[in-house]
Design a protein around this ligand. Structure first.
Ligand SMILES: NC(=O)c1ccc[n+]([C@@H]2O[C@H](COP(=O)([O-])OP(=O)(O)OC[C@H]3O[C@@H](n4cnc5c(N)ncnc54)[C@H](OP(=O)(O)O)[C@@H]3O)[C@@H](O)[C@H]2O)c1
Length: 288
């Protein structure tokens, strides 16, 4: 028996395997193209001939192949050895596939965790590296140290397999909000005859406000504490109205500023004018 088995020895799976060896754990490895196991075997790993043999060799198996459907295919063929085993799926994938995979493992009598790796292979094992993981609190308590050997700043997000895709969608939307903000900003600048070089050079002034924006969000949204903000919903709503008016005068496309105005107005209509702008989260969420 070994401590951990690793299935999938591509760029990422090999890095995960090396991190576990470095943490002092004994490992069994399997890869579809068996030659990729050779460097790890030289470093002390045991090579398994089949997926079933790999899973049988350890209480915990990390899977890191192309995506969840490929893991599902491999585990379906090895379902007889899943009872009492924990599978930590670290291939990237969608919400529905993650839920299907978790169901397959549960039905076969095993336990699961699913994670997203927010890093390149060379960052695996670093203290700052983050794997976002879902699974029960008990699984996290039992196997958090295995995860932290691969990413020292890893976090337990919750217990639903589909949560990771939602987390990715939410965080990508944060970044894309900034990207599309620049794109719509460029539309206003172009209509006004401001060279995009000038506009682009001035964007870092807005970027300087990102940290205060984040601090405002973090101080209000997580605990729903929306009272006495440094800038109220009324202040934001008025500024957004002015921005939209400028787009209209310029005859520039205005879907994005119009969306901002409409959303802030929903907060105002709900009587939240003295609250933080982030109080609108509850208003919008309750519309579902
Ligand atoms: N590389 C990164 O920067 C990075 C970052 C975050 C997350 N990830 C995620 O990590 C996972 C692996 O990525 P990678 O960079 O290691 O990719 P990779 O180097 O292309 O390796 C892919 C791995 O998946 C295996 N595989 C693919 N289809 C398979 C199948 N049908 N049956 C069995 N094994 C199969 C490959 O086996 P063969 O060797 O036989 O082809 C190989 O071990 C992906 O889900 C990726 O999104 C990667």
């Amino acid at each position: 028996m070994t401590d951990i088995s690793i299935i999938g020895l591509g760029a990422m799976g090999s890095a995960l395997a090396r991190a576990q060896l470095k943490a002092g754990r004994s490992i069994t490895v399997w890869n579809r193209t068996s030659e990729k196991a050779t460097p790890l075997v030289s470093a002390g790993a045991t090579s398994a001939a089949t997926v079933s043999e790999a899973i049988s060799a350890s209480p915990v198996t990390i899977t890191c192949v192309k995506s969840h459907p490929q893991t599902k295919e491999l585990l379906t063929a090895a379902s007889k050895v899943l009872p009492e085993k924990t599978i930590i799926e670290l291939s990237t994938g969608g919400a529905k596939d993650a839920e299907d995979l978790a169901q397959l493992i549960e039905n076969a009598g095993g336990q699961w965790m699913v994670g997203i790796i927010n890093a390149y292979p060379h960052m695996i094992g670093d203290d700052e590296t983050v794997l976002s993981v879902v699974g029960t609190a008990e699984q996290w308590a039992a196997h958090g140290s295995i995860i932290k050997a691969m990413g020292g700043s890893s976090v337990h997000v919750g217990d639903e397999a589909g949560m990771l895709a939602a987390l990715f969608a939410g965080l990508f939307t944060v970044r894309q909000g900034f990207m599309w903000g620049m794109i719509y900003g460029a539309l206003a600048a172009k209509q006004a005859g401001i060279p995009l070089k000038t506009f682009s050079d001035l964007v870092p002034i807005s970027m300087g406000m990102m940290k205060p924006y984040y601090d405002y969000f973090a101080a209000t949204a997580p605990n729903a504490t929306y009272d006495d903000p440094p800038a109220t919903m009324r202040t934001y709503a008025a500024a957004l109205e002015d921005v939209l008016a400028s787009y209209e005068v310029l005859n520039a496309r205005d879907e994005l500023p119009r969306l901002f105005v409409e959303m802030a107005q929903k907060g105002m209509d709900a009587g939240l004018e003295d609250k933080a702008l982030t109080a609108v989260i509850d208003v919008l969420a309750n519309e579902n």
